[in-house]
Design a protein around this ligand. Structure first.
Ligand code: HEC
Length: 110
């Protein structure tokens, strides 16, 4: 019972920490933490990392991935990348516009 209560407390604390972030600050954090080196400045994907935007995965999933990845991407612990910075990065990726439908661009439709 005690353990369940502790788990509930930990879960609600981590949910509170994953509050929505600021896209402006996220742009800076995305640059500062070097995410752009592998994912491109607009999260468009690059030589080393996959596309992250537009339409990023939900913040909870992104947090779980970034904290625990053991693949081609190094994991970022909270001491290096805070929950607040991660939420800001997520807000930045979410703020990036989708590409226009090519049919709406006259030059591409001669
Ligand atoms: C050294 C290169 C590198 C850096 C720096 C890097 N990533 Fe990655 N990232 C990768 C690679 C490679 C993958 C694919 C790894 C895999 O699937 O195991 C990935 C995958 C991801 C994914 C999962 C994408 C998906 O669709 O599955 C997210 C989210 C992500 N990165 C976010 C970030 C964030 C946020 C930062 C900065 C804090 C960052 N990455 C920094 C290389 C990098």
């Amino acid at each position: 019972m005690k353990r369940t209560l502790l788990l509930v407390a930990v879960l609600s604390a981590s949910q509170a920490a994953l509050a929505a972030g600021s896209a402006d600050k996220g742009k800076t954090a995305f640059a500062k933490h070097g995410c752009w080196q592998c994912h491109g400045f607009a999260g468009q994907g690059g030589v080393a990392g996959p596309k992250l935007a537009p339409d990023p995965m939900p913040l909870e999933a992104m947090s779980a991935f970034v904290r625990n990845t053991r693949g081609g991407m190094p994991p970022y612990q909270k001491a290096i990348l805070s929950d607040a910075d991660l939420a800001d990065i997520h807000a930045y990726l979410q703020s990036l516009p989708k590409a226009r439908d090519y049919k709406s661009i006259p030059l591409l439709n001669p």
